[in-house]
Design a binder for this molecule. Structure first.
Ligand SMILES: [Fe+2]
Length: 441
């Protein structure tokens, strides 16, 4: 399926739900698990709500739960209501050796621990972002005019971003939510670079390797400087011919950068292959999974995630949780389940910068990506429970307040849009990062 290809994204369907409580013993592949008998956070499952798609997931459900609630309408197989009547038995702890989701090696990302240090690192990240943004805008302008590109400066930009990620990855990723429609292509390259650096550092890449991957990510769409602007900025679906032209950017970028003779092979591979998918349905060469290096797939994931969560002339930004969910649902075809799971663990189920409404209806911005508290991150509270804007945003650690017995009020109810929140989250971010509001455009 080429759904996670370049420009075609769709929201997952919603709808009313009818739930049936079922013993884990009678669960079947294709059933939609809407709720567990224990907090999701205590299980290896990434999402609240999923279709059982493997024997491994069935085994995990049986290891961790006694019963679950199955959504009848969202299930892909019939759900027998009679099987829901079950005798109660004692819940047993998962035994040693119980199957768990395979987890690749991961390195905790550095993060600041309080609002003061977060502000400080956000300001550093803001400065690095501005330098990178100005560089990319210039590079895209120069490349379109056929001028040669300064790869040394690109290396300096990546070095600066690696430093920021190594100081406080959350602050840098937080700022990827600062998007602008008018500078989409260059800002997208910057965001993909930041997300990729955070992801690859999480996967254990360091030093020169991280630098090389970052360089490929920063310039991954440089070939779009060869794409006619009327196609690049077309407000609406591309025709088949136009899409063929658009697809050329991967190969064009590769040729352009190869000619400089100054980019490492892995960076060139990233530029050439970031639209390939493991099932062979990607472009330009239709490569298969085992022909794609891990850094290429890491950039491909960051690329799709940033595109899905950005406003474009032809589609509205998708909420972060829905985008991750959709990527997860298509992981087997696109990037591989293990790697997508690792990305979700890295950025969090509620990624930093997500706008969330809490149980008490207060509204804030997620500031954390600690996988141990993935459902209870730290949130920068912007609106109080009574709906009033706070004079000064306040940091709230949801895992701490929920430990005080206030779990219903202080858990995340849902991700919301800026329109629903009634304020522009980018302004809050700009203030925290000490950036000029005028730069928002
Ligand atoms: Fe691309």
């Amino acid at each position: 399926m080429a759904l996670l290809g370049h420009e075609k994204y769709a929201l997952a369907s919603g709808g009313n739900s009818v739930q049936q409580r079922l013993d884990v013993a009678v669960l079947k592949l294709g059933m939609y698990v809407a709720e567990l008998d224990r907090p999701w956070i205590e299980t290896p499952f990434l999402f609240q709500g999923f279709v059982i798609s493997s024997e491994e997931e069935l085994a995990q459900l049986r290891a961790y739960c006694q019963f679950v609630y199955v959504d009848i309408q969202q299930s892909r197989v019939p759900v027998d209501a009679r099987s829901g009547t079950i005798p109660r038995r004692r819940r047993t702890k998962p035994q040693a050796g119980s199957p768990v989701i395979y987890r690749p090696p991961s390195v905790p990302l550095p993060r600041s621990t309080d609002l003061k240090s977060f502000r400080k690192t956000t300001r550093q990240a803001g400065k690095a972002r501005e330098t990178s943004r100005v560089y990319l805008r210039q590079v895209f302008h120069d490349a379109r005019l056929g001028h040669s590109l300064d790869t040394e400066e690109a290396k300096a930009v990546v070095r600066q971003l690696v430093d920021v990620i190594s100081t406080d990855a959350n602050a840098a990723v937080w700022l990827t939510q600062l998007k602008r429609k008018d500078e989409y292509t260059s800002l997208h390259c910057l965001n993909v670079c930041v997300l990729t650096l955070a992801f690859c550092r999480y996967l254990g890449y360091t030093g020169e390797d991280l630098q090389t991957i970052g360089l490929g990510a920063l310039l991954h769409d440089i070939g779009k400087t060869q794409t006619p602007l009327e196609i690049l900025n077309k407000p609406g679906a591309l025709t088949r011919d136009e899409f063929s032209v658009m697809k050329r950017h991967a190969e064009d970028g590769y040729q352009l950068m190869q000619r400089t003779g100054k980019l490492p092979e892995v960076a060139l591979s990233i530029i050439r292959s970031h639209h390939e998918r493991i099932d062979g349905a990607g472009y330009s060469r239709g490569l298969l999974g085992d022909e794609l290096e891990l850094p290429v797939l890491a950039v491909a994931i960051a690329d799709v995630y940033d595109a899905m969560t950005s406003d474009r002339v032809y589609h509205r930004a998708m909420p972060t949780d829905k985008a991750l969910r959709m990527m997860y649902d298509h992981a087997d075809n696109a990037f591989g389940r293990t790697l997508v799971e690792a990305f979700i663990r890295c950025v969090g189920i509620y990624p930093v910068g997500s706008l969330v409404q809490l149980g008490n209806r207060a509204i804030g911005l997620v500031m954390d990506a600690d996988e141990n508290t993935r459902l209870l991150p730290r949130v920068l509270l912007v609106k109080n429970a009574d709906g009033r804007m706070r004079e000064k945003p306040k940091m709230v650690d949801l895992s701490a307040v929920s430990n005080e017995g206030k779990i219903a009020a202080w858990t995340i109810r849902r991700v919301i849009s800026p329109g629903e929140a009634g304020f522009d989250p980018r302004r809050i971010m700009m203030e925290q990062a000490g950036m000029q509001l005028a730069a928002l455009g």
